[in-house]
Design a protein around this ligand. Structure first.
Ligand code: ATP
Ligand code: MG
Length: 403
């Protein structure tokens, strides 16, 4: 129920939840998790969040509406949202509200529309079809730029007749997917590149809460390179609701690889050491999976054979959400989620140090594992974890538009 003591001048949002609808058995758990997440992101602000008939309703002080819209646009599990007009249940008030929601769209020129009405108050004199017909007719007479298109309308005006009448156009789009944490908590291997932030975003939107792990090779990599990774983790924190970024120094490990390994195996062995470290960290932090931004065939270390090799250094669930995604599509998504411009800043990642001219493309599994294990990397990798550095990155609020 929407609590009665909230003033009618507060902003009211209708929230369409996503795939939660598929989860019949544990629906309440998913609902509760999403509600908790939205409330947590709006901590310190007086809000009322309720659910009814498969929708959420958020009521919040008008002054906080920009922040609310930011949160609703960045929270996995939210499919879409709308600022709703809540009016008296009479045709004139509903017409006024419908005119108010539709008129900004008409500034751009003529528009097609349809009305979708739902009547859960069966005492209301018109049924859903009657409401749609009546309000549709009135809007057509009122706005010459409007035309009806029931199949592919540009605008859908929603009218819901409940204890009051709600009128809205679903304008804001959400991240979709599942509430963060419903899939457990994983470890994202976050480099400064384009791919891993996108991989992280994809898993966040599948409900996997994330902590990030970055390997640097100071002084071979710079302070700025780490700051770039921190900024990428901060960008992901906006979707995650906050993020822990762990950093390990891999300088010693890389120097050992350079000293002991055959040159063409340097990158592959570095990846194997990263996987070993990720496995140890994930287990220490009791996480359920490891996430990477690998994509089949993108570079030499990402052939199926080499991914088999690196993947063999963990028995955790190893999630590679980009494995079948084209680089251009990854770049497009990086732009959409706001990480692309950070990723293309030109700071060296530790992977480019001591990069072999001719990296091995298809490691022979048994032979390479034997050779790698004989070099005894486990001890030097474990030592890096003893001095792991962790920062907590908040879900920084950046307004979508100037208030
Ligand atoms: P990205 O893949 O993020 O664009 P990249 O192309 O520099 O960065 P790749 O060589 O494709 O990195 O590495 C594959 C994956 O290995 C990355 O997506 C990331 O998950 C992980 N990885 C690589 N370098 C690092 C690092 N320095 N710290 C943490 N993870 C890393
Ligand atoms: Mg990559």
């Amino acid at each position: 129920m929407i609590a009665p003591h909230v003033s009618d001048t507060d902003a009211l949002y209708l929230i369409k939840v996503g795939e939660i609808h598929l989860k019949d058995g544990n629906r309440t758990e998913f609902d509760d998790r999403l509600k908790y997440d939205i409330k947590h992101r709006l901590a310190g602000i007086k809000t009322e969040l309720s659910s009814r008939e498969g929708r959420f309703y958020l009521r919040i002080d008008e002054k906080e509406s920009t922040r609310a819209e930011y949160v609703l646009s960045h929270t996995p599990g939210v499919n879409g949202w709308a600022r709703a007009h809540r009016v008296r249940k009479d045709i004139e008030s509903i017409e006024e509200a419908a005119a108010t929601v539709i008129s900004p769209y008409l500034e751009a020129g003529p528009q097609s529309f349809k009305i979708e009405a739902r009547r859960s108050d069966k005492g209301f004199p018109l049924d859903s079809y009657g409401v749609a017909r009546e309000i549709g007719g009135r809007l057509l007479r009122r706005f010459p730029g409007l035309s009806v298109d029931v199949h592919t309308p540009a605008l859908v005006v929603n009218i819901e007749i409940r204890e009051k009448a709600y009128v809205f156009i679903l304008g804001g789009s959400g991240v979709r997917g599942l509430p963060v944490g419903s899939g457990g908590r994983g470890l994202l291997l976050l480099s400064g590149g384009i791919d891993s932030p996108v991989a992280g975003f994809r898993m966040l939107s599948r409900g996997l809460a994330l902590e990030s792990l970055h390997f640097h090779s100071y002084p071979y990599t710079s302070r700025e390179a780490w700051e770039k990774v921190r900024d990428l983790a901060s960008a992901l924190a906006c979707y995650a609701g906050g993020m822990l970024l762990h950093t390990l120094s891999f300088t010693e490990v890389q120097l050992k690889i350079q000293k002991d390994a055959r040159e063409e195996y340097a990158t592959l062995y570095l990846r194997a050491c990263m996987m070993m470290a990720a496995d140890m960290v994930a287990k220490k932090l009791k996480l359920n999976s490891i996430v990477t931004g690998e994509s089949l065939g993108q570079v030499a270390s990402q052939t199926a054979e080499n991914m088999r090799f690196t993947g063999s250094f963990t028995d955790m669930a190893l999630l590679r959400p980009l494995v079948g995604t084209d680089k251009e599509d990854i770049m497009r998504q990086a732009r959409t989620i706001g990480t692309y411009d950070l990723s293309i800043q030109p700071y060296d990642d530790c992977c480019v140090l001591f990069t072999p001219k001719h990296p091995v493309l298809k490691a022979a599994y048994e032979k390479s594992r034997e050779e790698f294990l004989a070099m005894g990397f486990e001890k030097s990798v474990a030592e890096t974890i003893d001095s792991m550095n962790t920062v907590r990155l908040p879900c920084a609020f950046t307004p979508l538009r100037e208030p």
